[in-house]
Design a protein around this ligand. Structure first.
Ligand SMILES: [Zn+2]
Length: 259
């Protein structure tokens, strides 16, 4: 795997290097989206412009993804406050998405993989932080899935559109039943919309596998949380969006498993 990865990255040429370089800047942008979108703050108007602790204006040299953070050892150059792992974390996540996409599909085909991967990274991260999958991200992702289908697999359009509708209704139904049985909301509307988007990108054949993979990942995470010493009770809950995102991307990269 590592040798194959090194070969691919060494042999990617301009498009591959450009995509890898671009990915950390995309990561920086996603960091802004993840922070600002749930609060309704404008995203495009201004980049991060000041230190959140001391208010010092940030110069371009303070905003180079990963490099600025490493150069200042994770601290604000002006007041010395620890900047935390959030921005470098998202930037590394975006870089990982590009690296995996190039390894699997090659640099020419990796763009679409990256677009979906980066989008899911932002959605999953927001859900993890604030338990919300914003319509402003899930609904365009659904439309984009249908447009991509129209452009590359037009013969699948009916199936993907049906999968989007089935996905939405199925998760709403499960959520409704859960609420009836347990008396509280277990799956949000955002989960249903993200699942609909999964249908638009992956088609009907993959829907059940998305749920199975996401549920398996969620159980593993719950077990890990349990091992870390937090007692799991019936009302301890995890957001489902990150696990849906985690399931959707590999199914897009490798296609549904044929049993
Ligand atoms: Zn500062």
């Amino acid at each position: 795997m590592m040798a194959q990865l090194a070969d691919r990255v060494a042999g990617v040429g301009i498009p591959g290097w450009f995509l890898l370089l671009l990915s950390v800047f995309i990561g920086s942008f996603l960091g802004t989206v993840i922070r600002r979108l749930p609060e309704g703050r404008p995203i495009m108007m201004s980049a991060r412009s000041a230190c959140e602790a001391c208010g010092a204006r940030l110069a371009p040299r303070d905003l180079v993804p990963l490099v600025s953070w490493l150069a200042a050892r994770g601290r604000c150059r002006y007041c010395g406050v620890a900047l935390g792992w959030f921005y470098p974390g998202v930037e590394l996540g975006a870089l990982a998405v590009a690296t995996i996409a190039i390894t699997i599909d090659g640099p020419e085909q990796a763009w679409l993989d990256c677009l979906l991967g980066w989008w899911l990274l932002a959605l999953g991260w927001i859900d993890l932080r604030v338990w919300l999958l914003p319509d402003a991200l899930t609904l365009p992702l659904l439309v984009l899935g249908l447009l991509v289908t129209l452009a590359f697999d037009p013969e699948d359009l009916a199936d993907r559109a049906a999968a989007a509708a089935i996905g939405y209704l199925a998760l709403r139904a499960i959520g409704w039943i859960y609420e009836r049985l347990r008396g509280r909301e277990g799956l949000g509307q955002g989960d249903a919309k993200l699942f609909a988007a999964a249908g638009a990108w992956l088609g009907t054949a993959a829907l059940s596998q998305v749920v199975l993979l996401a549920a398996a990942a969620a159980l593993l995470a719950a077990a890990a949380v349990g091992l870390s010493g937090t007692r799991i009770r019936a009302h301890t809950a995890l957001p489902f969006g990150p696990f849906l995102a985690l399931a959707i991307w590999p199914l897009w990269l490798f296609g549904p498993i044929h049993l």
